[in-house]
Design a protein around this ligand. Structure first.
Ligand code: NAD
Length: 484
């Protein structure tokens, strides 16, 4: 049993229309700790019927929630934010137990997740419309911004709290209600954070959480006409499926999908910044982030120095259960994830890459993968074309700026890209040439609540966070007032 200051935060129930409940047939799904394989707990294995009830509750709740004054919605969100922060240690313990990331990182995610609640509490007060000059004197034209209605969130396991608050906070701030389907691998973080929303006083039905079987819940969310918008974060494959499935009811969609981030180090880069940036971008969450550096492109003149420095940092990484002090790299989410990483490394080595460095560890089996530096990576390797989603840093050597840009853009994905240079002219050129929704210059950290987050090409549609985030949950209405 998890040791929590507030044990009631580990909720083993779904939350539908303000009621904590079991699945209609009593079926459950077990959730395992990726570090130990032990069962953390079980959640209801809900399906279409429970989802339908959650949508109906969200429809009912929308009628009153949409007319709650913005200042009151903001106050409730502020209160939710305060409760998340006050319970950060417990939320982190729950997250580490089901997701594996080190406790300090988990607590960092809780704070990052709360930052969206705070940001959108503030944004709730700033939903402005416009007045438009009319062609005649007998008319006035206004643009109103109104909440879309019932929305749904489908979220992944890699950021089990932040991916929920990034969707739910703007939805509620805009006056929408939301049905959340968290990943079946990490439902407890979602349930705990929603328990705190309930304690904050957010009315029944405004948020529901349906745990259980992805296909059955997804089928109901995409086909039910009452759901006006779906916000999804996850793989491009499932995102494309949801888009097709939503076509029948023409829903608005936000899709935050997979990435294949290039991380480019030019000869004129500040080596300290570049190595630090690579560590942050590559190894956070054991490499299981959509924006993590998947391809590290290093110019010939700085290649050997960069590889030596990055190798030394990788060798010093401590691998182990996320609950152990000093651990920087926890387990991967499950065996399939670890096997995919091993397969990418084997494929790269078979095609000529060399293992230049590997962290020493006693737990490099099961779901644990020791951080690894590969040199001699080339574009025909699997790790150049697919998300590796693990702690493997493959280094590609390049000669010219044009070559680096061509390799960087040579992917169907377009989420995040990073580059390191001290040359201002190159900074502009490369920043503009990279076909990605987010670009980091001389930094490996680009995710924060104040800036819009999202991708282009097959990395998705829409933006979360920043000044654009709330617009995803608002519908503009042109209001023509004639006969004046
Ligand atoms: P996934 O696509 O397998 O699952 C995501 C969610 O979709 C889960 O809740 C899952 O249960 C659900 N799902 C699966 N099949 C479904 C169906 N038929 N109907 C409805 N829901 C269904 O992704 P994952 O493995 O959980 O997460 C990793 C992926 O997420 C990576 O590709 C990563 O790049 C991406 N990701 C993107 C962002 C971003 O902001 N762009 C952020 C985090 C993760």
């Amino acid at each position: 049993m998890l040791a929590l200051a507030d044990p009631s935060l580990l909720v083993q129930a779904a939350f539908i229309g303000g009621q904590w409940c079991v699945a209609d047939d009593g079926a459950t799904l077990a959730v395992e700790d990726p570090a130990t394989g032990k069962v953390v707990g079980t959640v209801p294995a809900c399906g279409a019927a429970e989802t339908r009830r959650a949508i109906a509750a969200a429809e009912t709740a929308f009628r009153s929630w949409c007319s709650v004054p913005a200042a009151e919605r903001a106050r409730l969100l502020e209160c939710w934010n305060d409760l998340i922060l006050a319970n950060a240690a417990d939320l982190a313990r729950i997250m580490t137990a089901e997701q594996g990331k080190p406790l300090a990182e988990a607590e960092g995610e809780v704070r990052y997740g709360a930052s969206f609640v705070k940001w959108f509490a503030e944004e709730a007060r700033r939903i402005y419309g416009r007045t438009i000059p009319a062609p005649g004197t007998d008319r006035r034209i206004l643009m109103l911004e109104q909440p879309i209605g019932v929305t749904a969130a489908i979220t992944p396991w890699n950021f089990p709290i932040a991916m929920i608050t990034r969707k739910c906070a703007p939805a509620l701030a805009a006056g929408c209600t939301m049905v959340i389907k968290p990943s079946e691998l990490t439902p407890f973080s979602a349930l705990a954070v929603v328990k705190l929303a309930e304690r904050a006083g957010i009315p029944a039905g405004v948020i529901s959480v349906v745990t259980g079987l992805p296909a059955a819940i997804g089928e109901e969310l995409t086909s039910n006409p009452a759901v006006r918008k779906i916000s999804f974060t996850g793989s491009t494959r499932v995102g494309a499926h949801l888009m097709r499935a939503s076509a029948g009811t023409l829903k608005k969609l936000s899709l935050e999908l997979g990435g294949n981030a290039p991380f480019i180090v030019f000869d004129d880069a500040d080596l300290d910044l570049a190595v630090e940036g690579a560590m942050v971008s590559k190894f956070r969450n054991a490499g299981q982030t959509c924006v993590c550096a998947n391809r590290i492109l290093v110019q010939a003149g700085i290649h050997d120095a960069f590889v030596a420095r990055l190798g030394a940092r990788i060798a010093a990484q401590k691998v182990g259960p996320g609950t152990q002090p000093g651990v920087g790299i926890g387990p991967l989410i499950n065996r399939a994830a670890a096997e995919k990483v091993h397969a990418h490394v084997a494929d790269a080595v078979a095609k000529g890459a060399r293992v230049a460095q590997q962290a020493e560890t006693s737990c490099a089996d099961g779901n644990f993968v020791a951080p690894l530096l590969l040199t001699g990576a080339t574009t025909d390797m699997r790790l150049a074309n697919e998300e590796t989603f693990g702690p493997v840093a493959p280094v590609f050597r390049f000669e010219t700026e044009a070559e680096a840009i061509a390799i960087a853009n040579g992917t169907p994905y377009g989420l995040a890209a990073y580059f390191f240079t001290e040359d201002m002219h190159r900074a502009w050129r490369v920043g503009e040439a990279l076909e990605f929704g987010m670009v980091g210059l001389n930094t490996g950290a680009i995710s924060m609540e104040v800036a819009p987050f999202g991708g282009v090409k097959q990395s998705g549609l829409g933006r979360e966070g920043g000044y654009l985030g709330i617009a995803e949950y608002l519908e503009p209405k042109a209001f023509h007032m004639g006969g004046l």
